[in-house]
Design a protein around this ligand. Structure first.
Ligand code: CAA
Length: 287
């Protein structure tokens, strides 16, 4: 199926990155946020990321301008009526995602594929919010932050996702220059199944006073050659986002590996959500 117009629900860290990647991949993009102010912030982040790409000579100014011209910001979901594919990148909350999918099912044309960038929630549970005839067109399309830089798209098929939907999303992802891995609809899929216990263990190590946060990060970064230590990565992903994912995985599996340590919960309670707000485990320049 030919995809020309891609809707992106949410213009936060992930939504902005997905919208940028789609526009750079020649798609017309309609990106939606809940109000004009939040939308404006998201679009500024997107422009800043493209400016970085131009400054690093990853794309020309001409291509950046052309990509920008393909992006339209909206605040009303009803304006997604012409989308062939919508990628939802709202917060990690099943009820909210189900509301969005029920609305998109009503608004978008019958051929449209509805994808979720969920990090851990069940694709089948999200698909169940749509009418039975749409459910084979619901799929997980999980990107990684920063989306324009990270090579991977994790594709998740629910038990009723069709081969055609899967093939369309796989080919589109490859066309964007991404590598694809395919996972079963199981909490955390591949990457977060392994990443979340690791990140939570890093917070537990800090909580237990095993080492300073700098040394926990340095130990992993230099000892394992990771680009970032786990606490820096938590700041990068967002402590709130990580907590949402861990709580969702714990709720579904009851597995203690996903039980969030109190320190993480306390930090999120007072808004120390990481780099995007200027402070998490570390402090960052004013955002
Ligand atoms: N567009 C295109 N390219 C860009 C770019 C942009 N907007 N911004 C930067 N780049 C390029 C740079 O030019 C550079 O390219 P070269 O290597 O060819 O020179 C490359 O991207 C790396 O950028 P930087 O030099 O600025 O920065 P860095 O080397 O310090 O790397 C990083 C930054 C890529 C974020 C790196 O620290 C990293 O990989 N960190 C780990 C990120 C990670 O694990 N992300 C996944 C989190 S989990 C998630 O997202 C999903 C979930 O469900 C929780």
């Amino acid at each position: 199926m030919a995809i020309r117009t891609v809707g992106v629900v949410g213009c936060g860290l992930m939504g902005a990155g997905i919208a940028e990647t789609m526009a750079r991949g020649q798609y017309n993009v309609i990106v939606r946020e809940i109000n004009a102010e939040v939308l404006q912030r998201g679009l500024e982040r997107l422009q800043q990321s493209m400016a970085t790409a131009v400054a690093r000579e990853k794309m020309s100014q001409w291509d950046a301008d052309a990509a920008w011209a393909r992006i339209r910001g909206i605040t009303d979901l009803e304006d997604m009526a012409e989308c062939d594919l919508v990628i939802e990148a709202a917060v990690e909350n099943l009820d909210l995602k189900r509301e969005v999918f029920a609305a998109l099912d009503r608004i978008t044309p019958a051929h449209a594929i509805l994808a979720s960038n969920t990090s851990s929630l069940s694709i089948a549970a999200i698909a169940a919010a749509t009418r039975p005839e749409r459910r084979d067109k619901v799929i997980g399309m999980h990107f990684f932050n920063p989306v324009p830089v990270m090579k991977l798209v994790e594709i998740i098929r629910s038990v009723v996702t069709s081969d055609e939907t899967f093939a369309t999303i796989r080919d589109l992802s490859v066309g964007l220059g991404k590598e694809v891995v395919v996972a079963k609809d199981y909490p955390g899929f591949i990457v977060n199944l392994l990443l979340i216990p690791y990140l939570l263990d890093a917070v537990r190590a800090l909580e237990l006073g095993i080492a300073s946060q700098e040394d926990i990060d340095k130990g992993i970064q230099l000892g394992l050659n990771h680009p970032m230590g786990p606490l820096t990565l938590l700041d990068f992903v967002g402590l709130d986002t990580t907590l949402f994912i861990a709580d969702a995985m714990f709720a579904e599996t009851g597995d203690a590996r996903y039980a969030a340590p109190p320190l993480l919960r306390r930090m999120v309670s007072v808004g120390l959500n990481g780099r995007k707000v200027g402070r998490g485990f570390y402090e960052y320049g004013k955002k």
